[in-house]
Design a protein around this ligand. Structure first.
Ligand SMILES: *Cc1c(COP(=O)(O)O)cnc(C)c1O
Length: 404
């Protein structure tokens, strides 16, 4: 059975205090905390077999290569990719999206159309705008309603033979909305378009099956799911990744180099120029092991309890307005209190040891949609508790009294 008090013992950071109070960490949508099991894997790498991979004949290099490639297989199996070389190690979601967006520079023509959603993280908007600048392609936007739900009928109207690519997040980091990506992918494929799903916010809660989804590209960052920062993945179907040109040139990504002609390495190395974050890649695999041992269904069910509990309590406070009330949500709550600036509330909560995020959450178009400068965002992980939510609610009421 799931015992949150046992789970919390795995996370050393949860024992510390902030401003004299026990830390309450409600900023999991920005980055998750790291369990001992993952910290140990990183430490063990540097203590015992730190070495550059793929190029060495010596024992350490072979050991590091084996463990790193084993981590790639763990990621492959977790996302049910058909082949290990369809998993590209990257520095994270942002890097992964840039690899794909950059790769389409020569594959698009002026007048081609790309479709994005109204609720994207900047990292799933800006690389595509840059691609449009380079190619003359046109960016279209799937609108959303007040509840933070995408308008699928409007999406159907946007799709046409001109549509080449669709990119949507699986879960919105600002609103928590779980998007109907199965339907989005199916509709795009009927139109002949390819789909990239930004899974950064979904991966900590939902185990995506890339083959069942038939998704063309799926990307995420390890640090959102108990892994370290600076490492993530790009999944792509083999035939699509084979067509994409490399993003960066350098060591490791070549087959042969001469000053007359250079040929590129096979997948996945074509996209992995230079020495990667080796310990990070290994720890990414360990983070998936850790979460799978608890079980993604168990994690999601527990987090839903926290979401419902916190939403009910927040709604009882006068002046609280929640943004994002989709029927399918992960444990993210964005809200404001009357005209009080989110930053002021966030600062007072910080004095009480409670970490929340305030601002636009790298999703300014959402804030423009609601005509607000930003929100207070609380986001839960499976190591949070109802007791912590009680403390937040008390602290929030105090903050409101001080600021009114
Ligand atoms: C965190 C996040 C990103 C960016 O991830 P990085 O690790 O900063 O590259 C992109 N999209 C969503 C939905 C996110 O939650």
């Amino acid at each position: 059975m799931f015992d949150v008090n046992e789970i919390r013992k795995d996370f050393p950071i949860l024992e510390r205090t902030v401003n004299g109070q026990p830390l309450i960490y409600f900023d999991n949508a920005a980055t998750s905390q790291t369990p001992n099991q993952v910290i140990e894997v990183i430490s063990n790498y540097y203590r015992n077999y730190n070495s550059n991979i793929h190029r060495g004949v010596h024992a350490l290099s072979q050991e590091a290569t084996d463990v790193y490639e084993n981590a790639r297989q763990k990621i492959q199996h977790h996302f049910n990719a058909a082949r290990a070389h369809e998993i590209i190690f990257t520095s994270g979601t942002t890097h992964s999206i840039n690899i794909v967006a950059s790769g389409y520079s020569k594959l698009l023509q002026a007048g081609d159309e790309l479709i994005v959603s109204a609720m994207e993280h900047h990292s799933n908007i800006v690389p595509w705008q840059m691609l449009c600048d380079r190619t003359g392609a046109i960016l279209k936007v799937i609108p959303m309603d007040q509840a933070g739900v995408l308008d699928i009928d409007a999406y159907k109207d946007l799709l046409s033979k001109k549509t080449k690519l669709v990119f949507v997040n699986h879960v919105s980091n600002a609103l928590g909305t779980v998007n109907p990506i199965e339907e989005i992918i199916k509709l795009a494929h009927i139109s002949g378009a390819k789909v990239l799903i930004d899974g950064a916010q979904a991966s900590p809660h939902i185990k995506a099956d890339v083959q069942a989804l038939e998704v063309d590209y799926y990307v995420t960052s390890a640090h959102k799911l108990c892994g370290p920062t600076g490492v993530g993945m790009l999944y792509g179907k083999e035939e699509l990744l084979s067509q994409l040109p490399p993003y960066q040139g350098g060591g490791e990504m070549i087959a042969e180099v001469s000053f007359e002609k250079t040929t590129y390495a096979d997948l996945p190395h074509k996209f992995e120029a230079g020495t990667p974050n080796i310990a990070g890649g290994i720890a990414f695999g360990a983070a998936l092991d850790y979460m799978n041992a608890i079980g993604f269904e168990t994690i999601a069910a527990y987090e839903q309890e926290l979401l419902i509990y916190a939403t009910e309590q927040l709604k009882e406070i006068d002046g609280v307005k929640i943004y994002g009330e989709a029927p399918q949500k992960t444990a993210v709550i964005s809200f404001n209190v009357d005209e009080i600036h989110p930053y002021d509330i966030g600062s007072i909560l910080d004095k009480m040891g409670i970490a929340v995020r305030t601002g636009h959450h790298c999703a300014q178009p959402i804030m423009d949609f609601y005509k607000i400068p930003g929100t207070i965002r609380i986001s839960f992980s499976f190591y949070n508790t109802e007791k912590e939510i009680d403390t937040l609610i008390k602290g929030l009421k105090k903050a409101i009294l001080m600021l009114k």
